[in-house]
Design a protein around this ligand. Structure first.
Ligand code: KG4
Ligand code: ZN
Length: 345
């Protein structure tokens, strides 16, 4: 018999993502982003994102089916991100998925957004090698996960205690007068800069990052770094020093990627896991990839970086995880579940 056809719905932030997989084969991955609607606000506005999902959801599903050359009626199961993410945005996806599942009479699976970022590697290479550490870095989240089994054994080892890594890029860009989203602009400016020009603080350096109440020491903090950059710029203005944007951008970028890579490698070493998978929109950052490649190679760790279209939020990752849950024979999620903005793994 043919492998099951699974449709995945992702609406946790500003991307309306629909993915369709047959077993472990990706058939469609359509993403429609409300990013342009958020530019004038300098960041994602939850209410604007929710409304955009409402408008985009049905056309996105139709487009994905057309791309995959399947009929909606042929879908065997629906998977949807139930959290974490923006509450209102999640609710649109969850409500849509419930309606679709009940209209089609097909089972519905609620999946975790963070685990889905990791599961995407299954459709990229046909399998996920475990155990693996995952470093997820985006505008909305920053986490280190230990994945022993993608369906049944995913542990959160660390997360940001304030701003997400991408958010730090966006906030510093704003400070420098660069438009949202600022991450790509900062990393472009940094290409011509000297990353040793300014020594910015590394948030929660390992020795200080002992949080026994949470039981791990792979947390991140980026709000102090943002303040340090703001103070540096103020001082330069006051003293009439020229601000070299490329040097500032490169030095800031280095502070972010230094802690991200150091802690990801440390997590691998402490757990004895010699695989690291990168996910999230900040995976587009070339310095992050470069330093990760250097440090993982030095530590004998195998680094996996899926294509960027699968690193940013998308429906393929949700469908991929849904298909895996189905493959295990787990029962569908009861239709009474809701969106859970603070869901953890
Ligand atoms: O995963 P994503 O597309 O959306 C969510 O945040 O959910 O990630 C977007 C984030 C933004 O904060 C953006 O500034 C950042 O990723 N970003 C980058 C780069 N490209 C995107 N940050 C640093 N360097 C980049 N090249
Ligand atoms: Zn994400």
């Amino acid at each position: 018999p043919a492998e099951p056809l699974v449709l995945g719905i992702e609406t946790s932030c500003d991307e309306t993502g629909i993915g369709i997989v047959r077993g472990r084969t990706l058939l469609a991955n359509t993403v429609s982003s409300s990013m342009d609607d958020h530019v004038r606000f300098g960041g994602v506005v939850p209410e604007v994102a929710s409304r955009a999902h409402l408008e985009e959801l049905v056309p996105a599903i139709q487009l994905a089916c057309a791309t995959a050359e399947v009929e909606l009626a042929d879908v065997d199961a629906i998977a949807v991100t139930s959290g974490p993410g923006l509450a209102g945005a999640l609710m649109v996806g969850v409500a849509g998925a419930k309606a679709l599942a009940s209209a089609l009479g097909k089972p519905l699976y609620a999946v975790n957004h963070l685990a889905a970022h990791v599961a995407v590697d299954i459709v990229e290479r046909g399998e996920l090698e475990t155990p693996t550490i995952a470093l997820l870095v985006s505008g909305g989240h920053t986490e280190i996960l230990l994945v022993r089994d993608i369906v049944d054994d995913v542990t959160l080892l660390g997360e940001t205690i304030d701003d997400a890594a991408g958010e730090a890029f966006d906030k510093v860009a704003r400070l420098l007068g660069l438009p949202y989203p600022g991450g790509p602009k900062i990393s472009k400016a940094a290409l011509d800069g000297d990353r040793t020009a300014i020594r910015f603080p590394r948030g929660l350096s390992t020795a200080k990052d002992r949080t026994p109440e949470r039981g791990h020491r792979y947390n991140f903090s980026f709000s102090g770094l943002k303040t340090a950059v703001a103070r540096w710029v103020e001082t330069a203005h006051r003293q009439g020093h020229e601000i070299k944007i490329p040097d500032l951008a490169a030095s800031f970028e280095e502070a972010v990627v230094d802690v991200l890579t150091a802690k990801a490698v440390l997590a691998c070493q402490d757990t004895g896991v010699n695989r690291l998978l990168l996910g999230g929109g900040v995976a587009a950052n070339s310095r992050l990839r470069e330093l990760l490649a250097e440090r993982t190679a030095a530590a004998g760790i195998t680094l996996r970086v899926p294509p960027i279209s699968l690193c940013t939020d998308n429906g393929a990752m949700v469908a991929a995880l849904g298909a895996e849950v189905l493959r295990r024979g787990h029962p569908p999620t009861v239709n009474t579940f809701g969106a859970d903005s603070s869901l953890t793994v």
